[in-house]
Design a binder for this molecule. Structure first.
Ligand SMILES: [Zn+2]
Length: 182
């Protein structure tokens, strides 16, 4: 028997052997049927992957016109509209004025001499101003209250209401002083 060596493990095997007795490797080329089967199981033809066409990138920065600063209209100072702000500030101012005047009127009232009640300018110098300056706490309280109702709740409107209340009390005391002395 013609002998040959297994190309895989090197032992002597029969030249016409299909498989090596040592390592079991196939020594003969596959039969026609096998090769046909092998051809059959070949995966279907697949074209080599071609990425979709992409035009070569040419770097072109987007068109930029020469620099032109954005149009800016003539700047107009536009105060942001804060609801109740004007009334709140007015309330505080009126409250300050009301406290100052009502306090001085109250001091004046309680330091009166009895003689003065019969003077001609009594109403002009005391009772009149008391009634006139009673407007300040009334307005301070009203404006402050409305301002806070409209959402302007801060130190300004609080001061307006508080000063208005203080001025109202002082005016009331001044009026009491006048009435008691009458
Ligand atoms: Zn072998």
């Amino acid at each position: 028997m013609e002998m040959t060596k297994c190309p895989y493990c090197g032992i002597d095997v029969a030249a016409d052997a299909d498989y090596c007795e040592g390592c079991g490797s196939r020594l003969t080329p596959p039969t026609y049927a096998q090769s046909e089967q092998a051809a059959y199981v070949q995966p279907p033809y697949q074209a080599p992957y071609q990425p979709p066409y992409q035009a070569p990138y040419t770097a072109q920065p987007p068109y930029q016109s020469p620099y032109q600063p954005p149009y800016q209209p003539v700047y107009v100072v536009e105060k942001p509209k804060i609801p109740g702000r004007g009334l709140g500030i007015a309330s505080m101012v009126l409250g300050i004025i009301g406290v100052v005047y009502s306090f001085s009127l109250m001091i004046e009232t309680f330091t009166l001499s009895d003689m003065r009640f019969f003077e001609e300018e009594f109403f002009a110098t005391l009772l009149g101003p008391i009634l006139v300056f009673a407007v300040f706490p009334i307005l301070a309280l009203s404006f402050g209250g409305v301002a806070r109702q409209r959402g302007y709740r801060n130190g300004v409107s609080t001061a307006g209401v508080a000063l208005g209340a203080v001025a109202a009390v002082l005016i009331f005391l001044a009026l009491i002083g006048v009435l008691v002395n009458l």
